[in-house]
Ligand binder design. Structure first.
Ligand code: IYR
Length: 220
């Protein structure tokens, strides 16, 4: 077992306060957008954000995730077409009225033009098991929790870099396995749409209202 010293950045308390407040402010500026500009985004920015996601804490450091990063317009088109099939069924048949009522203030529907407009789509998969170099299969641990944390890192990294994202969840989204060429041991977890917001885009006012500390926490 090999251990190395922790490279911990111990900060003065005054600086911690400044950084904590500044980060909160930056994250409060993050808004989900549903209309994207056609403007391209350099691949290096996306690579850095995916590497940041890959630093997330995870079960037994098995890093049970995979990021399928899509820029090819033909692949984006296939993803849009498949997603819209599922979404049409969701909005027209499957969704209970209460769910549709909850979504109404967001103004979403089965049309997903952003899946072609945005320069990058990142399909994130959670790996329930993996094959080692010899071909033997091993299970992973806490794969969904780990992948969820990695997605949080990814969204924060992209926002920090100056990009907008949309967490899109067509359901079911098994079509992503076929289109992205991923094995059945990897479950599609989230489809992240990445780019610049469309010029003049508006976002729902109510969604900026976040619950206060007293509502989201108890202190014992
Ligand atoms: N997946 C659908 C519906 C949807 C569901 C929730 I919960 C949202 O917060 C937003 C949308 C869609 O993407 O339109």
């Amino acid at each position: 077992m090999s251990f190395v010293p922790l490279n911990f950045n111990l900060l003065p308390e005054a600086e911690m306060r400044i950084r904590a407040a500044a980060f909160l402010e930056e994250m409060r500026r993050r808004r989900t957008v549903r209309e994207f500009s056609l403007q391209p985004v350099p691949r290096e920015i996306i690579e850095q954000a995916v590497l940041t996601a890959g630093t997330a804490p995870n079960g037994a450091n098995l890093q049970p995730w995979h990021f399928a990063v899509v820029a090819d317009p033909a692949v984006k088109r296939r993803i849009r077409e498949a997603a819209e099939v599922e979404e049409r069924e969701f909005y027209q048949q499957k969704a209970p009225q209460a769910w549709l009522d909850a979504l109404a203030p967001l103004g979403t529907d089965e049309h997903k033009p952003f899946l072609e407009a945005a320069p990058w789509l990142i399909a994130i998969f959670s790996r329930g098991s993996f094959a080692d170099a010899a071909g033997a299969r091993h299970q992973t641990y806490y794969s969904k929790e780990s992948t969820g944390i990695a997605c949080g890192f990814l969204i924060a990294a992209l926002h920090h870099a100056g990009l907008a994202t949309l967490t899109h969840t067509p359901s079911p989204m098994n079509f992503l396995n076929e289109i992205c060429g991923r094995p059945p041991s990897e479950k599609p977890f989230l489809l992240l749409v990445v780019g610049y917001p469309a010029e003049g885009v508006q976002v729902p006012a109510f969604a900026a209202r976040k619950k206060p500390l007293g509502e989201i926490s108890t202190w014992l």
